[in-house]
Design a protein around this ligand. Structure first.
Ligand SMILES: C[S@@+](CC[C@H](N)C(=O)[O-])C[C@H]1O[C@@H](n2cnc3c(N)ncnc32)[C@H](O)[C@@H]1O
Length: 414
């Protein structure tokens, strides 16, 4: 059912409020994206929701799940859509390909490219495309070309594209995207690197691609030819208290020994590295993912933390170090430095026969980040598979089927 009875003045008020909130969150930066958000009636793309929910900046709407409770398709949060559009830097007249269709974002793209541009949106799921084909024309965006296809193939018919905006988590770049991109084009993609997902804006630089920008984000995983899954090592499975380690690669670990290690008392070490309450530390995570030999993310539910099974929990996962040779592991945690809880200190909690050693190792990397790289941004690049090691910058190399991704950091400034 399409919402047709909404009070227009209430819609205007909510859209103004959304623009203000997105500005405050730092997701909205330019006049162009702001004008697009003002123009598109977001509520028409989530007709099942109330107006207030439709215009809430951080709300994601599930439009399809599977029988195991996994989310397959969503209309993304307006905050994420806004910053990805800012990263994409879309100009009037451009040709844009969106991979993963919800309808609303394609409408924003259509506003940004204007009548001289063109938007193609593709999705692997026919139900999602049916929905987009219904909702887009009803909202006045009948010119958007929506079709069912696996995004790994791109869409050659309307190529080349000035911009490709991928709205589903990818572990690699599909060669077709780069082939279908103009010379000065840009690909914005939620790229998973060692379990951490960042929306990366890539541009060509000779034979490889360089990130101009990256932002933390979370997306549903890609299906089809480009599907790539993380391995979950379950450490504890209670009724609602679950703890596990997510591994994003070919790592081999002894699951039973890690479970045994988790059941043993923990060791703690503190770093002296502090952070004001509420500030993001995603670049510390990226630093740890760059330097730690066996990086993982600890996934734990809130009840697991509340019952004291783990010292920290986050829906995105907590940075962790595994030492598979001793079946020990350590993960990041924080403690307040005073009763006012204004400042927190990073530390490590560890389990296993070498708990003290892995905790020290994790804390040592936090101290290096603090001393040499705090405030810096990582340099992310993508080289075609087969590029020899000596042509890659230093740092971490992530080998995927089509591309070799590198994460490196500028030299320390002292
Ligand atoms: C987060 S949703 C897209 C959100 C959307 N862009 C919006 O306007 O909010 C991700 C979509 O990617 C789709 N998807 C997953 N794997 C895909 C693939 N290989 N090719 C194309 N679409 C894919 C899913 O079916 C899902 O609809």
């Amino acid at each position: 059912m399409i919402e047709t009875t909404a009070d227009p003045s209430r819609v205007d008020e909510l859209r103004e409020q959304l623009v203000g909130e997105l500005r405050k969150l730092g997701a909205l930066r330019t006049e162009a994206v702001e004008t697009a958000i003002r123009a598109v009636p977001r509520h028409l793309f989530v007709p099942e929701e109330t107006l207030e929910k439709a215009y809430a900046p951080q709300r994601t709407f599930t439009i399809k799940g599977n029988e195991h409770g996994a989310t397959l398709s969503t209309v993304s949060a307006a905050r994420i859509q806004a910053f990805m559009l800012e990263q994409a830097d879309i100009r009037p007249g451009m040709r844009v390909l969106e991979i993963g269709s919800g309808g609303y974002n394609a409408a924003l793209l259509a506003e940004l490219v204007g009548k001289d541009g063109h938007v193609t949106t593709i999705d692997i799921d026919p139900d999602v495309i049916d929905r987009a084909r219904r909702l887009l024309p009803a909202a006045g965006y009948g010119d958007v070309h929506a079709l069912v296809t696996d995004g790994a193939q791109g869409e050659p018919e309307n190529a080349p594209y000035d911009r490709i905006v991928v709205t589903v988590e990818a572990a690699d770049l599909a060669p077709a995207w780069v082939e279908q991109l103009t010379e000065s084009g840009r690909i914005v993609v939620p790229l998973r690197m060692r379990g951490l997902t960042r929306s990366v804006a890539f541009q060509r630089e000779g034979a490889h691609l360089v990130a101009r920008d990256y932002e933390v984000c979370g997306f549903v995983p890609m299906q089809g030819a480009g599907a790539s899954h993380v391995q979950l090592v379950p450490l504890h499975e209670g009724e609602d208290d679950h703890v596990g380690l997510r591994l994003d690669g070919e790592e081999r670990v002894d699951v039973e020994k890690l479970r045994e290690a988790f059941a043993q008392p923990r060791a703690e070490t503190w770093s002296g590295v502090t952070m004001a309450r509420g500030l993001p530390y995603d670049d510390l995570d990226l630093w740890l993912a760059t330097t730690l030999p066996e990086f993982a993310l600890m996934a734990a539910t809130r009840p697991a933390r509340d019952r004291g099974l783990v010292a920290s929990a986050s829906p995105m996962g907590i940075a962790a170090l595994i030492d598979s040779s001793s079946s020990s592991f350590a993960y990041l945690t924080m403690r307040p430095t005073s009763p006012e809880r204004e400042v927190f200190e990073f530390g490590a909690v560890a389990h296993g026969p070498e708990a003290a050693k892995v905790a020290e190792q994790l804390v040592a990397e936090m101290q290096i980040w603090d001393r040499d790289h705090r405030g810096q941004r990582a340099e992310l690049r993508a080289y075609p598979a087969g590029t020899p090691d000596q042509e890659l910058p230093g740092g971490r190399v992530l080998d995927r089927s089509a591309f070799r991704f590198t994460i490196s950091w500028p030299p320390a400034e002292h």
